[in-house]
Structure formats: structure tokens, C-alpha cells
Write a protein that binds this ligand. Structure first.
Ligand code: CP3
Length: 338
């Protein structure tokens, strides 16, 4: 197996910078669209052979250094008494939304038997892939925002109202989601994933004070339970949360483009840095793309180790050819002697 990605996760310097992309399997890719025309997104996630096939498409087509399981952070809710739907243009819908302590009992601890298709997809992939497979889950907080809002949100009014008006119930919800995500991720480990990424897409909406209180203890507990493989923590807007994030045991921090990678390397000295090209750069000219990529690869040398990625998922309007050229550029990049 090509293990340069795992080496970088473990903090080792590598001969070239490994690269993969969040949302590397998706609608920007004609090969994905061909499958997607026949099946809806949830059917694709629930059918191990299809999920495995779509996971492998970007590995074959782009030559990235890691695969990420094709699924969604909301999938485990199907095994927790919550219904999920993906509606074109509207994004994910979750019901019932849970906003009071009285509604908490509608959420059940994860029943792993109900989502065996996830682990079956992993087992197929472990047989087929020649690069490491990344398993994943949402952080308890990010998952809580979907459960409370019932959909994607901009201001998270219901989540914050819940959190600031009934903190005991909010902690109860967080504790239960942590137990369930820990069980879910341990089952992914048993099926064979080589690394884990925890998506904390929305933790950056909190003040450091509230992150410390409501998020950090649960992220810490989750990561400490998973120490057999490298753990990547994806947290956009991480700058103001640096002290807290450094206290989690994540091996890798995945950052967005709002922070300079040299600053991130200083702030998060003990972690491998993953990132951090603005995905919409890829809609611009090659000249601009490679200029920023060079800047990031150069800054990434200051980090303990560096994995090249975007600051968020691949945008649907991205050309496959652009991503292919970007992978080649990263692989062939020669650092000037220091
Ligand atoms: O990265 C990958 O290639 C692995 C698969 C993956 C998906 N979603 C596939 C997907 C992963 C790791 C996710 C994580 C996820 N899902 C997050 C965290 C990362 C982030 O983006 O911040 C979040 C917040 C979600 C929730 C979600 N799923 C939203 C908001 C949407 C709708 C937006 C959209 O682009 O359609 C989804 C749907 C979704 N998840 C698609 C894919 C490929 C699009 C499905 C389709 O219609 O084909």
C-alpha cells in the first residue's frame, strides 16, 4: 500500500506532499453523475458495492494519496431513530428536530446493526484499494446542530437557544452523541479504516468560552477512544480556538483558507496540518491556482508535517482536469533547499 499519507499523519516529513480532497467523490465528476442518474444519494450510501465503487473513482481518476469512504455525516442518524432526507436545492432534512429536553427521548443510542452497509463498504474497499482509506463521523457538536435545527443553518439560533437555556439537557445530548459516534467509529476501525476524520464543520460558530464548555470535553473523549489509527480533526475557523484544539489529541488538524498556513504551523506546532486551498480558487485560472498552491506547499514545510487538501469540499463547478493537474503539481513540487 502507498502509505505516504499515513506517514504525514504520524508527523513524519515526506519526500513529496501527500494530497487528497474533501468531497473528492461527487457531482463535479461525470463518472459519479452516471451512477447518480440511476440512484438517489441515500441509495448510493446504503448499497456497499455502489458506495465502494464511487469511493474508488477519484483514486483512479485523480491519483490522490488517500480515499475517503463515500457516505455522509448524517447516515448514523438512520440508526438513532431519526429520519434523514436529501432534497435537491434544499440540502439535508432531519426529522423530528429535537429542541427540548422532553424531545430528547426520541433520539436512541446508535443501533449498529441497522447500518451494516457502511462497514460492508469499508470491507470491500480494504480489499480493493492501494491507498489508505479514511473513515469519518461528525463531531458530536456538528451532529447536534443538524438534529436541533432539522436542516443546514446559517445562524444556529435553535442550537444556541437550547445550549444557553437548558445546559444540562444539551450536555446529555452531547454525551449520548459522543457514545454513539465512538461506537460508530470503533466499528469502522474493526472493518479496517486506516485513518479517521472528524468533521466539526460548525464548531467555529462558538466563542472559545463555549467551545471549552460544550465541545472540547466531547471531542477529547472521542479522539482518546480512537488511538489505534491517526485522527484528523476538521475545524473551519479554528484560529480563535487554538488553545482548546491543541488540548485535543488529534494528530492532524484540517484548516480552512482563512488562516495563513505558516501561522497555523506555529499555532498548532505539534500537529500535522492538512489544507488549505480555498476550493473556489479552482474555478479561476491555472496561474492563480498554482501560485496559491506553491505558497501553501512552501508554508506547509514549517508545519510538523503537511497534507495538501482544500479548506472545504470540492465545488460542483470544478473541472476534473483542474484537480488532476493540481495533484500532479503537488506530487512534482520541489522545495527549494532551506
Ligand atoms: O468527502 C467525501 O468525498 C466523502 C463523502 C462525504 C459526503 N459528505 C458526501 C456527500 C462526506 C465526508 C460528507 C460530510 C458532510 N456532509 C459534512 C461535513 C463536511 C462539510 O462539508 O462541512 C456535512 C456538513 C454534510 C451534510 C451534507 N451532505 C450537506 C449539507 C449536503 C448537501 C450539500 C450538497 O452539496 O449537495 C450533503 C449531501 C452530500 N454529501 C453529497 C455528497 C457527495 C451530495 C449528494 C448528491 O446529491 O449527489
Amino acid at each position: 500500500m502507498r502509505d505516504i499519507f499515513i506517514k504525514a499523519c504520524n508527523g513524519l516529513k515526506t519526500d513529496y506532499t501527500p494530497v487528497w480532497f474533501m468531497r473528492q467523490a461527487g457531482r463535479y465528476m461525470p463518472e459519479y453523475q452516471r451512477v447518480r442518474q440511476k440512484y438517489d444519494f441515500l441509495t448510493m450510501c446504503r448499497t456497499p458495492e455502489i458506495a465502494a465503487e464511487v469511493t474508488m473513482q477519484p483514486v483512479r481518476i485523480l491519483d490522490v494519496d488517500a480515499a475517503i469512504l463515500f457516505s455522509d455525516i448524517l447516515i448514523p442518524l438512520e440508526a438513532m431513530g431519526i429520519k434523514i432526507e436529501f432534497i435537491e436545492e434544499k440540502g439535508p432534512q432531519v426529522h423530528p428536530a429535537i429542541r427540548t429536553s422532553a424531545q430528547l427521548n426520541q433520539l436512541k443510542p446508535l443501533e449498529i446493526e441497522k447500518i451494516q452497509y457502511v462497514f460492508e463498504a469499508i470491507r470491500i474497499l480494504i480489499r480493493e484499494l492501494n491507498v489508505p482509506l479514511i473513515g469519518f463521523a461528525a463531531s458530536p457538536f456538528t451532529l447536534a446542530t443538524y438534529i436541533i435545527e432539522g436542516a443546514s443553518s446559517k445562524e444556529f439560533i435553535n442550537s444556541k437557544k437550547f445550549m444557553f437555556s437548558d445546559k444540562e439537557s444539551f450536555h446529555k445530548l452531547m454525551a449520548m452523541l459522543t457514545d454513539s459516534m465512538l461506537l460508530y467509529l470503533k466499528e469502522q476501525l474493526k472493518a479496517g479504516v486506516n485513518a479517521i476524520q472528524i468533521f466539526d464543520t460548525w464548531a467555529g460558530i462558538l466563542s472559545p468560552f463555549d467551545y471549552e464548555l460544550f465541545v472540547k470535553p466531547y471531542v477529547k473523549r472521542l479522539i482518546e477512544g480512537l488511538k489505534s489509527v491517526p485522527v484528523i480533526y476538521f475545524c473551519p475557523n479554528a484560529t480563535g480556538l487554538a488553545d482548546q484544539i491543541n488540548e485535543t489529541e488529534a494528530d492532524v488538524l484540517s484548516i480552512d483558507w482563512r488562516i495563513d498556513i505558516s501561522d497555523a504551523s506555529r499555532l498548532f506546532r505539534e500537529k500535522t496540518i492538512q489544507g488549505n486551498l480555498d476550493p473556489l480558487t479552482l474555478l479561476g485560472s491555472e496561474d492563480e491556482i498554482f501560485k496559491r498552491t506553491t505558497y501553501i506547499l512552501t508554508g506547509g514545510r514549517k508545519a510538523r508535517s503537511h497534507i495538501f487538501n482544500l479548506g472545504h469540499g470540492v465545488n460542483i463547478h470544478t473541472k476534473v482536469d483542474t484537480l488532476k493537474k493540481l495533484v500532479d503539481f503537488v506530487h512534482n513540487f520541489k522545495h527549494k533547499e532551506e
